[in-house]
Design a protein around this ligand. Sequence first.
Ligand SMILES: Nc1ncnc2c1ncn2[C@@H]1O[C@H](COP(=O)(O)OP(=O)(O)OP(=O)(O)O)[C@@H](O)[C@H]1O
Ligand SMILES: [Mg+2]
Length: 288
Amino acid sequence: MTQIFAMINMRGGVGKTTTTVSVGYELARLGYRVLLGDFDSQRTLTVYLGIEVKPGKPTVYAFMTEPTEANVRGGIVPYVGTAKYPVSFPGKGCLHVLPGARSITTAYKQFMLSQARQPAQSYNAAIAYGVQTFLTDYDFFLCDPSPSADETTAAVTNAAHRVVAPVAAEPLSIFGVDDLLQDLTDINDGRADLLTTLAQKQARVRLPQEVILEGLLAAKVLPSQRRVAESLWTSLDHNGIGHFGHTYIPCTDAGWAAPAEHVPIAVIAPTDPIVVGYHAVAEQLAAH
Ligand SMILES: Nc1ncnc2c1ncn2[C@@H]1O[C@H](COP(=O)(O)OP(=O)(O)OP(=O)(O)O)[C@@H](O)[C@H]1O
Ligand SMILES: [Mg+2]
């Protein structure tokens, strides 16, 4: 059964997309079958990995508004690296991509217009229906939403088994954690309704009673911010909020250089400390 993870933070540029790509790559290297979903209208993940969507091919837009088997499977693209940097994975390991679409911003409206013939009763339940088409094909579905608090980001968070929240090691960003926790509380307050809807419609996706915050992940941490990251762990422990032990993601040149090559950071800089960090995160996710 596919485990759905959402990389959430309403702050822009904190490393959500980089975390999705890097953790997905590390999971695939561990032999897991991984699908990455680009739910951001900026299509950053799709562009990062150099995925070109052929005209007429379904994208995440069809996934949200018309989740037929043909639409969902027909949209998925295997990631094989580039001519300069081909990638392969051990055993059954794979990294596939559900490409993004600029039109995802209109998907909610389209869903509501066609609600009567939708398999899901609500937009928040829509992802569960798309996932049903590949439940036994992928071990992990890692979802990368936009930083805006729109309906699609809410649907991604609602659909998740667990959430990973990349945060910057800056005081302002840490204050924003309260908003994130409040969003999760609100979602979990409405969780019973979502689960009832899925049960009534006999959905095969099993979601937990609550979206679980797997952890906050300090990302893009400069050497001078290390102490802020350390005080973050202390205050998270104090408040019973999850994190990834003392793992954090440093800010290094490889972090911004890799997207230009359309490859995960580990491909161009296998010994970079960023890679060590994301490998540790992937091992923690794989433990579920
Ligand atoms: N550890 C890192 N070190 C250096 N640069 C990084 C690191 N992680 C991410 N970056 C760079 O920072 C920028 C923003 O990262 P990313 O796109 O992952 O953030 P995001 O949270 O997904 O942004 P958005 O909110 O726009 O979706 C990108 O140029 C990326 O290459
Ligand atoms: Mg992003």
